[in-house]
Write a new protein. Structure first.
Ligand code: IVH
Length: 668
């Protein structure tokens, strides 16, 4: 066969196989027997082996790449991947409806959808070709898991139209795949996966795409991040558009004209939920009209035009085998119930929170008791109460120790607090927990340095404070259990990368009392540098809206400690960034700039400032920067050699500025 004939045949086979795959995996309506699909696949594999130049990124043979990755690259999302506010009962839904209708001042149609219990993913297509898939991460930065997502057969490698689009959805593990996986794990004597969501997340976090491929994951797409063209003015039309492009969407969605209809839909699923072939943890309710959605806008965390109804918690009975005590980062002693493993709300549970000593006493919990466990979705299971009438007399009282289980210092209870605390600042458990907190995702986000690695490093005396993390050498890490060359090199890269984090990550990581992730961001935005914050007075701190008395005191006290000053100096000389890098907070309502509440697209090459600088500036002035031009775009900034986006803006009659005009506006 000559190259030209082969090329022709390969294209034909690719089209056929993509079509059959679409019918099988997306529509769930196969039109040919499996054997026929397999035969064409074999033929294409052979052709591509013989003529490697025929290989295309959208070939169905490319689903499982041969290469094992070193690590997942970070991906910045074009627009943040938000989460949803929650509703737990009918009243919450009615309140949501009232807020929505008050804000838009007209009739509202809702779309109800199943809330799939998996993990959020973003898929990017350029000119119809799948080019990148990412996890949600912290909402702003996710991880590039393209190779793993390609193994999900319902994710099209090529769309049915040549559009550039970023779509979002939920990757999940069907119940059948979950049971099959646990069966294999059981046969191999491995730990079982707790629930399909964890199993799906674990599968997509494998560096070897062959493992992800073997897990039979699936996906439902539920939204559009950005697109070169959207032929829709509402969410429901948007979903139909996704269907037309070849994406798999969930067909149980329903439009509802009133909140009573929404409630009926929600209640209908409470009983039908167990019969679905995948897990859901609630119902998502969205305002249908895009126009109304943009009028409603979003808060920092979630859109005001959508809400998630969470199904009520499930309860089961099991035996309390023991109570374990742990020492947290702040010295608080937390008791945890150790249970006879039991299934509840789709997970196997063997530990449950007991909160504190008072709760154990109030509920009269004894070791060996039959206890009622409650679990809702991803919330940590709790002990609700004891079945005292089932006691045999063998149960024993639990006695809280008087000394720290880790350092043996005497425990204290401050007035007005329920928690028992270890107040020894040198308590190894507190130091270790502080280190674990420092590397965690919301803090410095050092991948590959989880609880196990920290505990080993700490036990071996290789780290005793957070600055020591930046002194670790490859040889020291190689000597740890289960650390090969590759994981060591990844870990060193991750440590290095964490040095350039924006200030709020470091601030949160330091574990200053009362300073959570949100407060850390506010502080970083307000003070810009660690030095400014360190020299801030209590009055200056209190002048900031969200900072109260307690937090201001804690911050001042923290920076007064000599140890803290030394630690920060060490971190700084190790090269850890001490400045805020993100945008300044200005709400669209507050900002009186021309960008306030506007969607702006940057295209072409800017000469005076980088794209990122322009983006941050526009956002700081209350604007939104989007990647593609649509009817919703208000303004396009066209640099040198602007191409198709500029043309599109002109066609749509959108206002266009050059860089000069942008700079004038910035300098106003
Ligand atoms: S809409 C802007 N629709 O639930 C909010 N989310 O906190 C976009 N989820 O992790 C979310 N099914 O991945 C939406 N039909 C659905 C969903 C859904 C599951 C997940 C989502 C996110 C969480 C929301």
């Amino acid at each position: 066969m000559d190259l030209q004939t082969a090329e022709h045949r390969a294209a034909e086979l690719r089209n056929l196989l993509n079509q059959y795959g679409y019918e099988y995996y997306v529509l769930d309506k196969p039109s040919v027997p499996d054997s026929e699909y397999d035969r064409y696949m074999q033929e294409l594999l052979e052709l591509e082996a013989k003529f490697p130049q025929l290989n295309r990124a959208d070939s169905p043979t490319q689903r499982v790449g041969g290469n094992i990755l070193d690590l997942f690259e970070k991906v910045e999302h074009t627009a943040p991947m938000l989460s949803l506010g929650n509703a737990f009962n009918e009243q919450d839904l009615k309140d949501f409806d009232r807020r929505v209708r008050q804000a838009v001042g007209e009739e509202v149609t809702y779309v109800c959808e199943l809330k799939i219990d998996g993990l959020a993913v973003s898929l990017r297509y350029e000119e119809g070709l799948f080019i990148q898939g990412a996890t949600r991460g912290d909402g702003t930065i996710g991880e590039d898991i393209t190779a793993n997502l390609k193994t999900i057969k319902s994710i099209p490698l090529r769309l049915r139209e040549n559009v550039s689009i970023e779509v979002r959805g939920e990757a999940y593990m069907p119940k059948s795949s979950f049971h099959a996986l646990n069966k294999v794990k059981e046969e191999r004597g491995e730990d079982l996966a707790a629930n399909p969501r964890n199993a799906a997340a674990g599968s997509l976090r494998q560096l070897d795409p062959k493992i992800a491929a073997s897990r039979n994951l699936d996906v439902f797409l539920y939204g559009i991040g950005a697109a070169s063209k959207i032929e829709a003015t509402s969410h429901s039309e948007g979903l139909n558009f996704l269907d037309r492009l070849g994406f798999k969407t969930n067909k149980e969605r329903q439009k509802c004209g009133t909140i009573d209809e929404v409630i009926e839909y929600v209640n209908g699923w409470v009983d039908r939920r167990p019969h679905l072939p995948y897990e859901i943890d609630g119902i998502v309710i969205k305002v249908d009209s895009y126009k109304q959605q943009s009028e409603l806008g979003t808060t920092a965390k979630s859109p005001r035009w959508a809400i998630a109804f969470k199904f009520p918690a499930e309860e089961v009975v099991t035996t309390l085998l023991g109570i374990e005590l742990s020492v947290g980062r702040t010295g608080v002693i937390t008791p945890t119930a150790i249970l006879k493993p039991v299934k509840v709300a789709g997970s196997t549970v063997q530990r449950a929170s007991l909160h504190n000593e008072d709760l154990i006493r109030e509920k009269d919990i004894k070791l060996g008791d039959q206890v009622v466990i409650k679990k809702a979705g991803d919330i940590i299971p709790e002990v609700v109460n004891v079945l005292a009438d089932q006691r045999t007399g063998e149960e024993v009282d639990f006695v809280m120790p008087s000394h720290c289980p880790e350092c043996e210092n005497e425990l204290v209870r401050f007035e007005g607090e329920v928690a028992l605390r270890c107040i020894n600042p040198k308590c190894p458990a507190q130091i270790r927990e502080g280190l674990i907190h420092f590397v965690s995702r919301t803090a410095m986000n050092i991948d590959g340095m989880g609880e196990k690695v920290i505990s080993q490093l700490f036990a071996e005396n290789l780290i005793s404070d957070v600055a020591d993390i930046y002194k670790l050498t490859g040889d020291q890490l190689l000597a740890l259990e289960r650390m090969g060359e590759k994981s060591v090199s990844n870990l060193l890269k991750a440590i290095e990368a964490s040095k350039s984090n924006s200030l709020e990550k470091l601030l949160f990581g330091l574990g200053i009392r009362h300073v959570g992730a949100k407060a850390a961001k506010t502080l970083a935005q307000s003070f810009d540098t660690m030095d400014n914050l360190a020299s801030a007075t209590k009055e200056e701190l209190l002048a900031i809206n969200e900072i109260g008395e307690k937090m201001a005191d804690a911050i001042v006290t923290f920076f007064e400690q000599e140890e803290a000053v030394e630690l920060l100096e060490e971190l700084s000389s190790a090269g850890v960034n001490m400045e805020y890098k993100g945008a300044k907070p200005v709400s669209a309502e507050e900002s009186d700039s021309v960008f306030a509440g506007k969607t702006v697209v940057l295209t072409g090459k800017l000469e005076q400032l980088s794209r990122n600088e322009a983006k941050e500036k526009i956002e700081a002035l209350g604007g939104n920067v989007s990647g593609s031009v649509s009817k919703k775009t208000h303004l396009v900034i066209a640099g040198v050699e602007a191409g198709s986006k500029l043309k599109k803006a002109q066609e749509l009659g959108i206002e266009v500025w050059d860089e000069e005009k942008l700079l004038v506006e910035f300098n106003k």
